[in-house]
Design a protein around this ligand. Sequence first.
Ligand SMILES: [Fe+2]
Length: 477
Amino acid sequence: MRSWRSGKRGDRVARDGQGLEVSNAGTSAIEALDFLNEEWLRFGNKLDRFVAVADTEESCAMLPLMAANLVFSMNTTDGHAAGLRYLGRARALGADATPRERAWLAATTAWAAGDGPAAQKIHEDMAAEWPRDLMSAKLGQLHAFNRGDAEGLLRIGERILPANAENHYAWAMHAFGLEECNRLDEAEAAARTAIEMERRDPWAHHAVAHCLEARGRMLEGVAFLESMSDTWETCNSFMYTHLWWHQALFLIDLDRTDEALALYDKRVWGVWKEFSEDQINAVSLLARLELRGVDVGDRWADLAQYLKPRLHEHYSPFLDLQYLYGLARAGEQSAVTEMLASLEDRAERAKPFEREAWAEAAVPAAHGLAAHAKGDHADAARLLGQAMPHLQPIGGSIAQRSLFGAIHLDALMRAEWNDAALSILQADERERPTVPATKRALAGLYRRVGRTEQALAADYQADQLARRYARAGGGFA
Ligand SMILES: [Fe+2]
């Protein structure tokens, strides 16, 4: 329901579909904001329609303000410049801004200045003050995600849920915070509640995928994502390629690497090759396939073409590390050298709140990844080992960051640092006892250190699991 009434200063204040006040908004502005709310929360592929309306808006500050947030989230130099222009227009139109709109202006200004924690704090406060503002909660969770702040993700979900118990998007947002805090049962229940309310909620599918992945429930994962995949055709490239990336992870752990590689070619890489999120899904999937011994052919070369323009961007250490590994695996040595130097400069310029992520995690990890790509496994093991305790603040999800742990483990095994490799593998096996490749790697290590009985037992278990998965069938992709 929308209604018009007089604002405090005589300006016109309307309400959007969530019941939130919007200053200086005509019918078309309200319609555009409601469209944006729905399209962003469902990860739709028509967000450009909102931007087109925002470009011509002459009175409502919220339109250019939301456009600024949208283009900042693209992680590109052009997007950042466009975001600053939208932010300037929003300020010019914002003389009559409501308190909520002023909070949006402050959060967006903080983001523009690279101060993610300040932006997140404002969105967290907004989640308490205006819990019906789901876009604000979504942006707050994005900032928390970009800092690896699982508790922040969860706080926001907890704050919005009571006022949005009828809203499946709120349940899905809450589910992801729970999952990143390792509260997997609650997370899965919340995500499935969302799906019962509305089957077409890709963020809820995504939260279920994370829960199943964390517990090594791969057969369920493949069947679940397959059963929901008909609803992804109108998703934006991030959500579409990322959900298929999750499907590929399940397939890899089921030893169905041919199908995972086919998914790379058909679904994960090629939707929007210029987009950062598509690129990191692709890097991460090729790397994981190689770690399982798959020859990925010349795929790195195609991917690297799209990574080369990003050497000096530094929007996020989590993104940068994956760009760098992609370039290194493609053999783009001069680009790697240039990016390593640029990353060191970025770390030196880091503000106190981001020092750990850039200086203590990204710099040694980047050198370690470059060393791994070249086959210098002892250097890779040492440098990645330095970075691993500091990895969470670089951002990304637990499942995404596990790529770096997997490369570190590979380096340890190849460098024959057996004790360190063994303790990591044993922990992996305890957490996800259903993965044949983990059992096989354990068997190899046990054999190397003379623990023959344990090697035979691990091999036997790997065979049993592999047989079970083979009986369950393949041919998915
Ligand atoms: Fe994910």
